[in-house]
Design a protein around this ligand. Structure first.
Ligand code: FAD
Length: 305
């Protein structure tokens, strides 16, 4: 149960570091929404913004185009996600080299999933066989900053949580300097996870992934796929609101703020927001947390009277 209430202003927010995750747009309309969101969040001066890599490398060009435009047109530091799935080492190296040439200096290195849903992972014959191998390949091309994933609730394909932590250790030894977590709604899970992280001697920052949830059904499906628990109280919050987006948004913001407050009390100071390319929720959450724009922000959508 949270001891900090909504509205309790946290002062001195120089200690709080946030990052924002986007996905590459498919259509012109989506591109417009993404760029409105990037421009709206830019004045919050995030530590970095990241752009995902579609399942099976399906957004190779679009991820590149998005991070390259962020470098060119904003003051933000982009991180490009990259997976090992369905590509030879040569092909992956080409992507890494192209990121370097475009001025990208941060990669989120991932294994990825098979394009066919539910198919057990099989590395490409000529590809990188694991994330530590991928990181060594990345580092051989350029001195990138490398972030990786972590799973407070265990990855669904992991034999046990300890295997996940051993793998995380290997990623760090290969050069990763930050782990961003899969989203988890039950903050108490982070308590036991961090005890295990400390016991394993892992020293890099663990950055909780925060998922503000407006589409509860969609998030529940995603959570089931990636092994994240959806607590009963969260389902109760959204019950009966299928046709009421406004209330779902308010709840999403309240839940995310409360989670960040809970995690701050545990000692976390870095937070990664899965924005789903929608700025307004993340902007509001950051504002409550005390992150104020360094310059005048792009005006948000006019609120309904
Ligand atoms: P790892 O941490 O390397 O491994 C996860 C599990 O898979 C471990 O339990 C390990 O034992 C097992 N495993 C590892 N290698 C093998 C192998 N060769 N054979 C069998 N099992 C193995 N997905 C995308 O497609 N694009 C993205 O942009 C993206 N961004 C993400 C960002 C974050 C912060 C997170 C947490 C996840 C992201 N994902 C993304 C999802 C991710 O690709 C999947 O969760 C995937 O199943 C695991 O990738 P990983 O790098 O976390 O794997």
């Amino acid at each position: 149960m949270s001891m900090v209430r909504l509205g309790d202003k946290i002062r001195g927010r120089e200690d709080l570091r946030v990052s924002f995750e986007f996905f590459p747009p498919k259509t012109e309309k989506m591109e417009e929404t993404l760029w409105d969101s990037i421009k709206r969040l830019e004045p919050l001066q995030p530590n970095f913004v990241s752009v995902t890599y579609g399942a099976g490398g399906s957004t190779r060009e679009r991820t590149h185009a998005t991070v390259a435009r962020i470098v060119k047109e904003t003051s933000l530091k982009p991180a490009a996600h990259l997976t090992c799935v369905g590509a030879s080492r040569e092909e992956v190296d080409e992507v890494v080299q192209a990121y370097w040439d475009a001025g990208i200096r941060h990669i989120v290195a991932l294994r990825g999933d098979m394009p066919e849903l539910g198919t057990p992972y099989k590395p490409h014959e000529k590809g990188y066989q694991s994330v530590p191998e991928l990181i060594r390949g990345i580092k051989a091309i350029g001195d990138f900053e490398v972030s990786v994933s972590a799973y407070p609730e265990r990855h669904p394909e992991s034999p046990d949580g300890d295997a996940d932590l051993r793998l995380l250790q290997d990623k760090i030894e290969a050069g990763a300097t930050r782990a961003i977590t899969q989203f988890t709604f039950d903050s108490s899970i982070y308590g036991t996870f961090m005890e295990r992280v400390e016991k394993a001697g892992i020293k890099v920052p663990i950055v909780p992934g925060i998922m503000p949830t407006t589409n509860f059904k969609g998030i529940s499906r995603m959570a089931e796929k990636c092994g994240a628990t959806v607590p009963g109280w969260l389902a109760d919050y959204y019950e009966g609101l299928d046709d009421d987006l406004t209330t779902r948004k308010l709840i999403a913001a309240a839940v995310a703020v409360e989670q960040v407050h809970d995690l701050e009390r545990m000692g976390f100071r870095d937070f990664h927001f899965y924005t789903l390319n929608q700025a307004d929720l993340t902007y509001a959450i950051c504002h409550i947390l005390g992150l104020k724009p360094s310059t005048k922000p792009t005006p948000g959508l006019k609120a309904a009277e």
